[in-house]
Design a protein around this ligand. Sequence first.
Ligand SMILES: [Zn+2]
Length: 168
Amino acid sequence: MADSDSAFADLLEANRRFAEDFDLGGFDGVARAGVALVTCMDSRIDPLRMLGLTHGDAKIFRNPGGRVTEPALEALVLGVHLLGVQRILVVPHTRCAMASASLEDVRRRVGESAGQDASWQTFGVIADQDAALADDVQKVRAHPLIPDTIDVGGFLYDVDTGLLERRV
Ligand SMILES: [Zn+2]
């Protein structure tokens, strides 16, 4: 293991500055804008800012590719029933690494980085991003615990322009 104290020092220092004028305490966990978002872990995506939202407004679930996985559905069901979610956006993005390589390719590259076999590791690579988005939105709409009164949309985020385009 690396030395964890020094590895996190800059972040903890920044956190102490953050806490000095912290004025976000005391909120409950309800999504104040009624929004839940499933999107990719990609660092080019700033989920709140791209929707004009701020702290406390939205439930955000991220994973590689922005896929509607079982854990994502769990989060959405909780969001809808316990946390005020009324609108759900599924947001993959352009130039996503998970949509531009084969499973074999990702396993090979991870294996090379790890210096060992990675062929057993699951990676949710996406062969057809539009088809995957349509499937994912349908999974949300068809979920027995997500009622028809909830608006569900699929959008592609362009990491070069910052624009969202509705696809589903
Ligand atoms: Zn991505």
